[in-house]
Design a binder for this molecule. Structure first.
Ligand SMILES: NC(=O)c1ccc[n+]([C@@H]2O[C@H](COP(=O)([O-])OP(=O)(O)OC[C@H]3O[C@@H](n4cnc5c(N)ncnc54)[C@H](OP(=O)(O)O)[C@@H]3O)[C@@H](O)[C@H]2O)c1
Length: 436
């Protein structure tokens, strides 16, 4: 009998894993762990335990005393955001370390066969600027043990901290591990730290009423609009985690996890507009890259320069044969973020608030979803001036054949947000007229 344990079970990646586990007969029992109660707790296969991963290992071991099983697979998806990278590393590293120690205290670590840790593309420094791409899992194996930070004194990253903790603990305790790197995750979760679909769905729904003629300009940069990206459906990532939890050759490996297609906003944005009953503006970027003419009176945010040098410099300047590609000049130009409409400021504009309140009151939408919308994350994913394309070759060569169309994943998440009362019902929204 295999038992699954999921931390961060109420989050974007964790809740999708719980849903996938419920459909997989291999797992007879599922322990969901978080501070709040997951919606799946009603299912007979699921036992929810309240757990604060910021408490001590000894306190946690009391909450985890019921977690038992002959064979245990752990899916670690808990996450606490902090703008300070060093602090984030301390917090998220500490949560994993104390949790593993708590499993030792309860004795259940002896039954653990594999731990699947969800990380992300910050592994490649995508938050610091343009990486070499497509990104491959061994990009940073420039020499044994070399991390980008060793060469360019990058800020700390909690993924590296967590991976160090997990690998040494796994060796010591005789289980295997897998680390996943999803890209911007498309799915449903309430009030979580990074949620592209919620913020985008709210921008489009409210924009339909707030903007003249229901035009919906892409709020980010022209460079991002024309760039190529890959995305990760939360449901597909969950299926991947279940595959990686059992595939013998996945043991002790790290994997990129994206949908399997490559997309762009020039392709997706007209679909977003059509879906929400909005119009594609005749001139999408009237202010150009500098935004000297802000769209409809919304002030453009200033251009934010990212880390210098950008991550691509690691390979561009490497002198290791087969790794370096000989363009040291790329180290000189940092990447940047630009928004022609800063959605954080946009969400505070009185015309926008009026449109939101109209929709909220008419369709009983959740005020907290509006207050917690992750506009800063949207600014980042729509504002970058570089592509972010990930290779899936490593997993495919090992037998993974999952795929999901990125637009279908957006649609799926929008429908779920609608069903949960976060977005207005689409058939009604389409009848709404611009208030401007
Ligand atoms: N979201 C994305 O687009 C994205 C993209 C790429 C990579 N990732 C990575 O994926 C991983 C998981 O992120 P996510 O987006 O799934 O997170 P999320 O949706 O924000 O969920 C975080 C989860 O952690 C739990 N949690 C937070 N603090 C806790 C604590 N002290 N004790 C117990 N549980 C706690 C939360 O539950 P409670 O609050 O109920 O405790 C929640 O279930 C992170 O490493 C993230 O960087 C995310």
């Amino acid at each position: 009998m295999t038992t699954a344990v999921v931390t961060g079970a109420t989050g974007l990646t964790g809740s999708a894993i719980v849903d996938a586990l419920l459909k997989d007969n291999h797992y007879k029992q599922i322990y969901t762990l978080s501070r709040s109660q997951p919606s799946t707790a009603q299912n007979s296969k699921v036992t929810h335990a309240h757990l604060d991963l910021q408490s001590s290992a000894s306190d946690m071991s009391k909450d985890l005393s019921s977690v038992q099983g002959d064979e245990i697979i752990v899916f670690f998806c808990a996450y606490l955001a902090n703008p300070d990278e060093a602090e984030a590393a301390k917090i998220n590293g500490g949560m994993l370390k104390n949790f593993l120690e708590a499993l030792e205290l309860t004795g259940s670590i002896k039954s653990v066969k594999r731990i699947v840790l969800t990380c992300g593309l910050k592994q490649y420094g995508v938050h610091l600027g343009m990486p070499k791409q497509p990104m491959h899992e061994d990009d940073f194996n420039v020499s044994p043990g070399l991390r980008p930070g060793d060469k360019f004194s990058w800020p700390e990253n909690f993924y590296y901290t967590q991976q160090d903790i997990l690998t040494s603990h796994a060796v010591k305790n005789g289980y295997s591990y897998v680390t996943t790197f999803p890209q911007d995750v498309l799915g449903f979760a309430r009030h979580n730290f990074m949620n592209e679909c919620t913020a985008l769905g709210l921008y489009a729904s409210v924009g339909k009423l707030a903007h003249p003629n229901s035009e919906l300009p892409f709020p980010g940069s022209k460079e991002c609009y024309l760039a190529f990206n890959t995305w990760t459906s939360a449901k597909l990532h969950a299926k991947f985690c279940l595959w990686a939890a059992r595939a013998p050759n996945a043991a002790d490996q790290m994997f990129n996890v994206v949908n399997g297609d490559t997309e762009s906003w020039m392709n997706l944005w007209p679909r977003v507009c059509a879906r929400f009953g909005c119009k594609v503006p005749n001139s999408m970027f009237p202010g150009g890259s500098d935004g000297e003419r802000p769209w409809w009176g919304f002030s453009a945010s200033s251009r934010t320069e990212l880390h210098s040098p950008p991550p691509v410099a690691v390979q561009a300047t490497s002198d290791v044969p087969g790794i370096g590609f000989g363009m040291p000049e790329l180290a000189e130009k940092p990447s940047s973020l630009y928004s022609q409409i800063d959605t954080e400021k946009w969400a505070k504009d009185e015309r926008v608030i009026k449109a939101w309140e109209t929709l909220r009151d008419k369709y009983r939408l959740e005020q907290k979803a509006w207050e917690k919308a992750t506009w800063g994350f949207l600014t980042f994913v729509l504002g970058r001036d570089y592509s972010n394309v990930v290779s899936m070759s490593k997993a495919r060569k090992m037998g993974w054949n999952g795929y999901e169309d990125t637009w279908d994943a957006f649609e799926d998440a929008f429908r779920e947000l609608e069903a949960e009362g976060i977005l207005p019902p689409l058939n009604k929204l389409k009848e709404e007229k611009s208030l401007a």
